[in-house]
Design a protein around this ligand. Structure first.
Ligand code: ADP
Ligand code: MG
Length: 146
């Protein structure tokens, strides 16, 4: 059964990846969850910069690797979590569940694989892979069907 829509796009610069993120950000509604999949340096945080633009936030986006989570405020709130190197998500599970339960909030997670079992089944899955040439990336966007 087809219960999601998948599309693939190739970007050739940081700006282009950010623009794809912006498009998704414009679609975000409270309660939405975005899982970002890709190795270190793939462009996940760049993509989140686009998401923040898409919710019309002017807050600065940075990697929350050491801060647990960042919050960007726009037409809704975007909570940005990063589970990098957390084999045992432990406390982050509570943190994620709390973020997902906030009103007027969407959640984006980098390196969420260790917490995949608690993420909403209906979520955006964004996979970013390096392309053949420098600065190119293949982005696979999986949008949950409504
Ligand atoms: P991650 O969060 O996945 O570890 P970052 O978003 O922090 O990765 O970093 C991605 C790096 O790759 C940045 O330095 C960015 O400028 C560079 N880059 C080069 N080309 C692209 C592209 N097409 N899309 C996204 N980032 C790119
Ligand atoms: Mg990152």
């Amino acid at each position: 059964m087809n219960n999601s829509n998948r599309l693939q796009v190739v970007t050739n610069s940081t700006q282009e990846t950010q623009a794809v993120g912006r498009k998704i950000g414009e679609m975000l509604r409270s309660g939405d969850c975005v899982e970002l999949i890709g190795d270190l340096g793939a462009g996940k945080t760049v993509f989140v910069k686009g998401l923040a633009q898409g919710i019309k936030s002017k807050d600065e986006v940075s990697s929350p690797s050491f801060a647990l989570k960042n919050i960007y405020r726009g037409r809704l709130e975007l909570q940005h979590l990063d589970l990098y190197r957390l084999d045992e998500p432990g406390l982050m599970i509570d943190e994620i569940q709390e973020a997902l339960s906030q009103p007027e909030t969407a959640v984006v997670i980098e390196w969420g694989v260790s917490a995949a079992h608690i993420l909403p089944k209906k979520r955006y899955k964004i996979a970013i892979k390096p392309g053949q040439v420098e600065d190119s990336r293949t982005i696979i966007v999986e949008v949950p069907a409504v």
